[in-house]
Design a protein around this ligand. Structure first.
Ligand SMILES: C[S@@+](CC[C@H](N)C(=O)[O-])C[C@H]1O[C@@H](n2cnc3c(N)ncnc32)[C@H](O)[C@@H]1O
Length: 253
């Protein structure tokens, strides 16, 4: 049935999207001629992520401390904690891992070296085992059942298929191991926040490395074959951004 309010909303979204396209037309043109993605991946996104991470950490520090408090519970019987991080970026999570933790880092983008090395220098309580340039969807270099914990923060928003990453996480985890997550997600359906997320979605995705503002990532977690899921909806207040709504928690294999 035709709903005038809904049609008005859709029309407003399309109009505002068109305005944004005009506003950043040069970036769309660079993308059209194939120059934007290499520049974004190699220069802009690493620079942006370094600055963004510093601001984000201030807002999310308490939530992350709380999230990773249960990490020691997932040590292997030998007392080690083998942890794989998917989409490590600049390594902002290193500070939350317990001393002696054996870390394997993976990311599709190898351009974060400078900030990654800086964070490794600041966190010498960890054992850095391997750095793999690999997509979370295909971690064939990591043996099945070899990890006690897998961490994925602010990554599932920019992947094509979150379910494939969760499948790989389940494969590399040992039985009883845990998958930790903190992800920004779509706002509630009835809110203005979702309206602005829908307006900004295409432009945001182009500028910020494929990041999708309107993902309902909790659904992929609910559908994955974990034996336990501890998931909470929460808010990380990043002023002037459309990424306030988050999900946080862990799932046990
Ligand atoms: C917003 S950053 C978050 C970095 C870090 N996890 C954090 O919380 O600060 C997203 C990271 O995920 C990486 N990424 C995106 N898609 C990926 C994929 N399919 N597999 C692995 N890493 C991916 C990006 O290269 C980037 O480093």
């Amino acid at each position: 049935m035709f709903c005038p309010a809904l049609a008005m909303r859709e029309a407003s979204i399309l109009f505002l999207r068109a305005c944004l396209v005009l506003l950043i037309l040069p970036i769309y043109i660079l993308d059209f001629v194939g120059l934007w993605q290499p520049f974004c991946k190699g220069v802009f996104f690493p620079f942006f992520l370094d600055k963004f991470s510093a601001a984000y950490e201030k807002k999310a520090k308490g939530q992350k401390q709380e999230l990773f408090r249960s990490l020691p519970d997932f040590k292997s019987p030998s007392g080690d904690l083998n942890l794989l991080e998917i989409g490590t970026g600049c390594g902002t999570n290193f500070q939350f891992y317990l001393p002696g933790c054996k870390i394997t880092c993976t990311d599709i983008n190898p351009s974060f070296q400078q900030s990654l090395l800086r964070n490794m220098g600041k966190n010498q309580h960890l054992c850095y085992e391997r750095f793999l340039v690999a997509a979370g969807e295909d971690l064939h270099q990591v043996p099945s059942g070899s990890m006690d914990a897998v961490v994925c923060t602010l990554v599932l928003c920019s992947v094509q298929n979150a379910s494939s990453i969760l499948k790989e996480a389940l494969r590399v985890l040992r039985p009883g191991g845990a998958f930790y997550f903190l992800e920004h997600v779509a706002a509630d359906r009835s809110t203005w926040q979702l309206f602005w997320q829908q307006v900004l979605y295409p432009t945001w995705k182009l500028i910020f490395g494929g990041c999708c503002l309107t993902k309902e990532t909790w659904k992929a977690l609910e559908e994955a074959s974990f034996s336990e899921l501890h998931l909470q909806h929460t808010t990380v207040m990043m002023p002037w951004t459309p990424i306030h709504p988050h999900i946080i928690g862990y799932a046990v294999k």
